[in-house]
Design a protein around this ligand. Structure first.
Ligand SMILES: CC(C)(COP(=O)(O)OP(=O)(O)OC[C@H]1O[C@@H](n2cnc3c(N)ncnc32)[C@H](O)[C@@H]1OP(=O)(O)O)[C@@H](O)C(=O)NCCC(=O)NCCSC(=O)C[C@H](O)C(=O)O
Ligand code: MG
Length: 301
């Protein structure tokens, strides 16, 4: 039986992905110098209706001017069913960010249609689509969104982003420390992403003045399998970068596992004992990914 994922996206550090309101010029300026792996320049929920047009212009100008250095630049557009969605897509197709984030996606059809629109607009094939998991249908069936990756047309989908604030609104569940009510949605999003070879980024932590709560949420997300966390404030970047990066102990252990399997006496063995525990070849695969991620982070800094 074939193992999924069939086509994983290229490894790129996505530990810290900061939302920056497109209507806030000061925040846009500040973002250009922040050590986040990625920036989501937001045209959706952080922008009031009467600021949608100026925000779109400000974001498009800065993206076209490559104002954000080597950070991954993602523009969150308004939904296709809003008065602003079509103009947002047209503006970003021309400006050329790394990715477009589609809000409140419920099925692969919406991702496929957005990909078709970008094709018609002449957007380069390198422009990716990211999709938010933040409605009840998407939370129940994130794989129906992720399946766009396997569509016959190239839908450009590379990443899912969980929207825990919208999920709290629509489910009426409460966001509390530990996020117990949200665990089924978070784990389902991770499984859907992995099934289709996508990355997946955790939702935001609204607690601006509680760094311990923020760090605990990062650790929870990392341990669930998330690739990183979406952020709302620059003060959250350092902890996210640290928690979602392999630490020195993990890197040393990864090297020990790889070295152990390359010893002549272990070359034909599927499982060995190392440092008092059983280690299989799948652990060597995990170890190679740990080292590749550490190298990608070092290369990007
Ligand atoms: C929450 C904030 C409104 C707080 O803003 P502010 O009061 O200005 O904070 P500070 O005074 O502490 O800011 C210090 C400096 O840092 C800059 N700053 C602040 N936030 C950002 C940011 N997000 N990106 C870049 N720069 C930022 C300030 O401009 C100050 O700069 P300076 O004066 O030059 O030193 C604010 O943090 C904020 O707006 N955050 C983002 C809110 C947002 O984008 N919300 C939407 C995304 S969340 C979401 O919708 C997720 C999902 O869809 C879901 O459903 O869950
Ligand atoms: Mg949302």
């Amino acid at each position: 039986m074939q193992q999924s994922p069939k086509r994983a996206v290229a490894l790129r550090p996505r530990r810290s992905i900061l939302y920056v309101p497109g209507s806030n010029a000061r925040a846009l300026d500040k973002a250009a110098g922040l050590p986040a792996d990625g920036l989501i320049l937001d045209l959706e929920d952080s922008v009031a209706p009467d600021m949608k047009d100026p925000a779109r212009r400000a974001v498009a100008e800065r993206v076209a001017a490559r104002a954000f250095g080597g950070r991954e630049v993602i523009v969150r557009v308004n939904g296709a069913d809003t008065p602003w969605g079509a103009a947002d897509l047209a503006a970003v197709a021309e400006a050329g960010p790394d990715a477009v984030l589609l809000p409140k996606v419920e099925s692969d059809d919406e991702v496929i249609e957005a990909g078709r629109v970008l094709d018609r607009l002449g957007a380069p094939a390198t422009l990716s689509l990211w999709a938010m998991i933040e409605t009840p249908l998407a939370a129940l069936r994130p794989e129906q969104v992720a399946a766009a990756r396997e569509a016959e047309v190239n839908t450009r989908l590379t990443c899912l982003v969980v929207g825990t604030n919208d999920l709290a609104k629509v489910t009426r569940a409460r966001l509390k420390p530990g996020r117990a009510a949200f665990m089924p949605y978070l784990t389902a999003a991770v499984a859907a992403a992995r099934a289709y070879g996508l990355d997946v980024i955790d939702g935001v932590c609204n607690a601006l003045d509680d760094p311990a709560a923020f760090e605990a949420e990062c650790v929870d997300g990392r341990d669930l399998g998330m690739d990183g966390k979406t952020l709302i404030h620059p003060s959250q970047i350092e902890a996210a970068n640290r928690v979602f990066a392999p630490d020195a102990g993990e890197i040393a252990e990864a090297r020990r596992i790889i070295d152990a399997f390359s010893l002549p006496e272990n070359r034909s063995r599927g499982a060995i004992a190392l440092d008092g525990r059983m280690v299989e070849r799948l652990h060597a695969d995990i170890a190679r990914r740990t080292l590749a991620l550490a190298e990608a982070i070092a290369a990007a800094s």
